[in-house]
Design a protein around this ligand. Structure first.
Ligand code: HEM
Length: 512
């Protein structure tokens, strides 16, 4: 349909009961049939009928409202061009500090190659087109991730990529050839993690197969039978079956030696019988497989327990969305074949520890990207919000807050990239020795920085930063949920201590 052009005088005539038009950013909107449905009420729209309502609109709405209601746009103002950026799926942000340095055209960077850039572009488009709408709906309603969406990710190779570099990626079609599985390194991994976070829904972020990301590596690395491993991997990577990691209990969190879920062998030696409970198990509500930490008498063991007789899961209500499907699980005389043992009996601690660094590093990737989202949102808001006749950005106190937020986001991205570079260039076994400490410190420091950014941003946004809908909803979401990263995967204090204890091991006899 051809877009009509109207003069401002023509628009001005549409200020009657039967015809209500106004201008936003040189575009003409006919809201005559929408006034009754307008969430902000009819009166406010009637007050601006026939006028240019650009300032009023952007003081009260996010730009995406206009994208959602684009059908109300009937034309443009003759001789004028819209000034406000209209981001499309896949676009990079043009807001200063809205993207990391390597995605900012005027800067050079030492780490990323063409393959990384191709993957970033493909992931951004996928996230904007498919992840964002699914994430926002699930986050709001608490609905669980849909099977259709899981299969879409499986087809694009995203489920494979979530586990990081490795043989499981070889020969897999990754986002229509954006990257070859054989080339996939930790910078690709970082890109996947950081792009997915842009769906701005912390509960859904975990609901989006986080259990698989931390549970399936235990099977890939520690299954004792190749056929068994292949079957479980195929089922999970295709999205047909879902898997999660079930270690934590109400009795014991980080202290895995205190686990009270027991597994006793049957007299014929063919099964374990499992009894006990698990708490805060991400995705547990809808999972088919539980990679479970159990006490086998002389130590900890890890079993892959399929959902079946004696396994019950129920939803826990936490401060993020129910879309995360966080579960309380009970195992009541559950019979598990001995073939489902991962690693060796009583030596399960190795199975659990092996993936910790990757999990923590992935969480740091997410936290650091979310910090940047908050910086970008706050910069936009400070430029568009008018109070006492001035923009917020014109107040020195607001600029101070932004300066602190930008510095925290930028410095943590740089530190993250330095560590990622080491991960790319160090054998996995060496990483446990040399990088567990730095990764622990990075995660600890990122979540402390997130705490500062959440706090400062709410002060900038005021009531909107405390409101779940509308302009400040991402600020509200971040302020409510940043703590998940400060607790899950190792609490800040535990990780800080780990970082210093690792340094102590390498301390020379250096005297002052
Ligand atoms: C095409 C034009 C418009 C559309 C599609 C629209 C849509 C909406 C929507 C969806 C909301 C709910 C909050 C949100 O999601 O952001 C809202 C709230 C609101 N709108 Fe509009 N609106 C339009 C124009 C305007 C204009 C021109 C004004 C004022 C002059 C206005 C005043 C308000 C107010 C006061 C609220 C409540 C804000 C709050 O709770 O903070 N709207 N509008």
């Amino acid at each position: 349909m051809a877009i009509s052009a109207y003069t401002r005088d023509e628009v001005a005539k549409h200020n009657t009961e039967d015809s209500c038009w106004f201008i936003v950013d040189s575009k003409v909107y006919d809201v005559t049939d929408f006034v009754d449905a307008h969430p902000g009420g009819e009166a406010v729209l009637r007050q601006v009928a026939g006028t240019d309502a650009t300032k009023a609109f952007y003081n009260l709405h996010r730009h995406e409202v206009l994208q959602k209601y684009k059908d109300l746009c009937v034309g443009t103002v003759e001789g004028e061009k819209p000034q406000v950026l209209d981001p499309q799926p896949g676009d990079l942000s043009q807001v200063p500090y809205g993207e990391p340095t390597w995605l900012t055209p005027q800067f050079k960077d030492p780490y990323y190659n063409d393959g990384h850039r191709r993957l970033q572009k493909a992931m951004r488009e996928f996230t904007d087109k498919y992840v964002y709408p699914e994430a926002q709906e699930c986050e709001d309603t608490g609905r669980y991730i849909s099977q259709e969406f899981i299969e879409r990710m499986a087809k694009a190779g995203i489920l494979h990529m979530r586990l990081g570099p490795g043989k499981h990626l070889h020969g897999v079609n990754l986002l229509d050839g954006a990257v070859q599985g054989e080339e996939f390194d930790y910078f690709h991994d970082l890109i996947v993690s950081q792009e997915l976070v842009r769906a701005n829904a912390r509960g859904f972020q975990d609901g989006n197969m986080a259990g698989m990301t931390i549970g399936l590596p235990c099977v890939l690395n520690y299954a004792n039978d190749p056929a068994f491993k292949k079957r479980i991997a195929d089922e999970c990577f295709s999205g047909k079956k879902k898997i999660c990691l079930a270690i934590t209990e109400a009795f014991a969190g980080s202290d895995v030696a205190g686990l009270r879920t027991t597994a006793e062998k049957t007299p014929d030696g063919k099964h374990y019988v499992v009894n006990g409970t698990k708490k805060w198990i991400t995705n547990g509500v809808w999972c088919d497989y539980f990679v479970t930490g159990v006490n086998t008498g002389k130590g900890l063991s890890v079993l892959l327990i399929p959902r079946g007789d004696g396994v019950e899961t129920r939803q826990l209500s936490t401060s993020y969305s129910k879309a995360a499907a966080t579960a309380y699980i009970t195992f009541d005389k559950v019979k598990v074949p001995v073939e489902n043992l991962l690693g060796k009996e009583n030596q399960g601690i190795h199975v659990i520890l092996a993936n910790f660094n990757h999990e923590r590093w992935t969480m740091a990737c997410g936290t650091v990207r979310m910090m940047r989202v908050i910086v970008e949102e706050s910069l936009k808001w400070a430029h568009q919000r008018l109070v006492f006749g001035k923009r917020l950005i014109d107040q020195p106190v607001i600029r101070q807050k932004l300066a602190k937020m930008i510095a925290l986001a930028e410095s943590h991205q740089s530190w993250l990239e330095t560590i990622t570079y080491q991960m790319c260039n160090m054998p996995y076994k060496e990483q446990a020795k040399h990088l567990a400490g730095p990764i622990g410190l990075l995660k600890m420091s990122s979540t402390r920085a997130a705490h500062e950014i959440a706090d400062e941003s709410v002060q900038i946004w005021g009531g909107r930063g405390l409101t779940k809908t509308g302009m400040g909803r991402n600020i509200e979401m971040f302020n409510r949920t940043y703590k998940f990263d400060a607790i899950l995967g190792g609490a800040e204090e535990v990780l800080g201590d780990l970082g210093v204890r690792q340094a102590m091991r390498f301390m020379p006899k250096a005297m002052l």
